[in-house]
Design a protein. Structure first.
Length: 305
């Protein structure tokens, strides 16, 4: 059977390939690459029609019931790609170094004109550093040992966008927390409350990441309805689809309370808005994919959204 591969924007035929019913989309990508050597599988996107979703690599020609001799696959070049794990490690490693630059330079007058060479580091600033750096060390280790990605790559442009966001906020947060004129929260109880919220959110976030890992066997793309396990932190699955985001936002709210700085609060707000958007998209996908998906669940905020 001969099929045409056409440009997804113009509809112009780019090449024609010979396929059999047993061939998969990945096999067709390999045929495409033989003629267009600058491409590679994760850079190629095929659709059965312009309005449909991209076809997965494991889809076979036999699965496409309307496919006959002379049918068309619509091609899109996704551009240069980079591995998800690589992006995550880069965007989470950067904040560690960005934070430590200002933490270790708080007595440098060329960074802080009001700095004094013998000014002591406060316990609050040490605690803020431990929490911030600890969070991102956790995220790097989770990326390496816990996360299982449903997609292998993302557009390389995301690397620069994500790193700018994480690294930029880290520099701003660290600069003001480690400033010689930084003012501690007036109430000591505020520090304890903020730290408690932060640690609770961190434990909950880690617990749900482990739960998601155990729901997807290694080397598979299996998707199931997420449910709680024996860990009490995972009970939030009964209320929301993405408790990992719920706990992470809670962590940053706790950090903002703990440090009482504007940019820590802004980071919690901006990050929370972005995570809510991601959570709502995932929530909708769950509802479309599973007819029995619990109707009482929200996306990220229990009983609200």
């Amino acid at each position: 059977m001969k099929i045409d591969i056409a440009n997804g924007k113009t509809g112009k035929t780019l090449l024609t390939v010979d396929v059999s019913k047993s061939d998969s989309i990945l096999d067709i990508k390999k045929m495409h690459i033989q003629q267009k050597s600058h491409l590679y599988p994760t850079r190629i996107c095929y659709k059965n029609s312009l309005k449909e979703k991209p076809l997965g690599d494991d889809v076979k020609i036999a699965d496409l019931e309307t496919f006959t001799d002379g049918s068309v696959l619509y091609f899109k070049d996704l551009g240069p790609q980079i591995g998800w794990a690589t992006v995550f490690v880069a965007e989470y490693t950067g904040p560690i170094f960005m934070y430590l630059i200002f933490f270790l330079s708080r007595n440098c007058t060329w960074i802080y004109p009001d700095a004094k060479a013998d000014a002591p580091m406060t316990c609050m600033q040490q605690l803020a550093c431990a929490c911030y750096v600890g969070h991102y060390v956790k995220r790097v280790l989770e990326t390496i040992f816990v996360h299982r990605f449903s997609k292998a790559t993302m557009p390389i442009g995301n690397l620069f966008k994500n790193c700018t966001y994480y690294w930029g906020f880290s520099g701003l947060i660290s600069y003001f927390i480690n400033h010689p004129l930084y003012t501690l929260p007036a109430c000591e109880m505020q520090i304890y409350v903020g730290l408690g919220i932060f640690l609770f959110g961190e434990l909950g976030n880690f617990s749900t990441h482990l739960a998601f890992k155990n729901m997807r066997p290694a080397g598979s793309k299996t998707r199931v309805i997420p449910v709680p396990n024996s860990n009490p932190f995972t009970l939030l699955f009964n209320l929301v689809s993405c408790p990992n985001y719920s706990y992470e936002v809670l962590s940053w709210i706790g950090y903002a309370v703990l440090t009482q700085t504007f940019f820590a609060g802004l980071f919690a707000l901006v990050g929370g808005a972005q995570m809510l958007q991601w959570a709502m998209a995932k929530h909708m996908n769950y509802k479309k994919e599973f007819e029995t998906y619990p109707k009482n669940r929200k996306a990220m905020i229990p009983f609200i959204a």
